[in-house]
Write a protein that binds this ligand. Sequence first.
Ligand code: XMP
Length: 305
Amino acid sequence: MVNAEKFISQSVTEIQKAAGNEKVVMALSGGVDSSVCAAIAARAIAENLIPIYIDTGLMRRGETERIRTLFGNIHLQIVDAGDEFLEALTGITDPEAKRKAIGERFIRVFEREAKKQGAKCLLQGTIYPDRIESEGGIKSHHNVGGMPLHMEFTKVIEPIRDLYKDEVREVAGALGLPKEIQHRMPFPGPGLAVRILGEVTKEKVAIVREANGIVEDELVETYRPWQCFAALLGLGTGVKGDNRIHGWIVAIRAVNSRDGMTADPLNIPFDDLVRIGSRITAEIPQVARVVYDITAKPPATIEYE
Ligand code: XMP
């Protein structure tokens, strides 16, 4: 990208041309991609932009409250769809089937809400690596694989389709978005579901959300990694008090990367890892074991599914 200011003014013009006087809906997740799109589109078409935040029940700890605070001043619709998503995921263990179920549910909910708004135009925060990975068939990507199949949008606008993540962050800075958004770690569209091996249940989501919150508390400020999170691997044996128990195994994942296409594990001092592990087992009684993932991408992906 040559220049963030120039990119912004070109995008504003592009959105104005594409949207005309029509209402435009978009899914706002609160990540840097959709936030940048929302900020540019708000400059372009003001109140004709209707961002919709869907709480899938698979979001990080405190996320919905955070979104409400950050974007309360624009015309934001918040939709609580947690039960619907859990229901759609019941009994599904295959990773791709999970992604598909979430993607489809997301579209259904989004379609329903967009219809209520009477919008014919859709804005999406798809970035370049999303397109590459989806076109290459590596996985079904939420942003792209989930394009509205049944909805009659007259137009789809993707203002940041040619940008890499670091370029999106540059644009976020130029737009004056809060630092918290500009430097926010990527979070996958399917949310905590891809950090749970096997079937997604309410209990597993609650455990992984809590563990993820602890990992973020401990690592984000200190190490500023590309991404760090917790994943739930399965059940194993542990000892709590005098009893052998069946407890959950949590993996800590922390990586550095430029664009998410390759990644290296973070070199975290052992004492820090032990402290985080102790916090997780102490604060979440159902967890019996914590491991640190030392795999690069490739061969592993960043997420677990
Ligand atoms: P993987 O796990 O494939 O992830 O190495 C690469 C980067 O993409 C994020 N990711 C997603 N982002 N929708 C998204 O918007 C998705 O379906 C999705 N899956 C993975 C992941 O968090 C990492 O930053």
